[in-house]
Write a protein that binds this ligand. Sequence first.
Ligand code: URA
Length: 285
Amino acid sequence: MTGNPPAARLTRAELLREIGLSPLWQLRPQLTVAVTRQVTPARPPAESISEEREDPARRPPSAPVAAPTASRPEAIARMGWDELRQSVAGCSACALCQGRKQAVLGVGDTSADWLFIGEGPGAEEDARGEPFVGPAGKLLDAMLAAIDLRRGEDVYIANAVKCRPPNNRTPEVAEISACAPYLKRQIALLQPRLIVLLGRAAAHAVLGNAGPLGALRGKPFEYPASECNERRIPVVVTYHPAYLLRTLPDKAKAWEDLCRARALMRMAKASTAAIPVAPPGPLAP
Ligand code: URA
């Protein structure tokens, strides 16, 4: 008999070549590891992962091969609070890490409706590991009290950057960008009903808008729903408490902003309350 041996005696690779499914794409071992780490929500059982390693022909040749390791923002986007805390504590993504005593992630109720975002830790915050504990923090507490809020009760406080800028200078754009994945993850984990941005650095971090604060306050902004489980989160921009300590006349404007924030929160709560839990069922016969 001439020609090829019977199909049953061909190796798998020969058989696939015969039917035109070659060349085979081989997964390199480290790529397989990355694939198993990346697939978190619908993770196949361990057996099927090892099966995939032994039988790469099951993967269509044209399927995109996963990146060897997740990028930093991708990795941060999958973190829970504990991992986030650890990652921020050891972060060296920008030069601010060199001057810090400790990184300051944030403080408060992780199921809070209200999220306040400031600029970055100052000397006292750097020493104590908590945001807004210096003079600006005292004013922030008073601002919270004015709208019946208290630090830690339905309020979470974070900063655009987690490490103290030298001499309390304003964080640079590159520093805000390096820290942005952490802030983004905090917002995604918190899913607040409303975000209040305190000052230009926070406005830059969240809205990408570095314009003068006077041009931003009073305007309606929304955090992109695609970034937060399709929740539409209103964003209010107001003055930073440290600025208000130096510029007392603008306190009245900050009060207007807080009143607006409180009204938006009431509307957000009312609109959720108005959604029926379940549609009315059919009448019983
Ligand atoms: N200013 C800020 O913006 N954040 C702090 O934590 C302290 C002062």
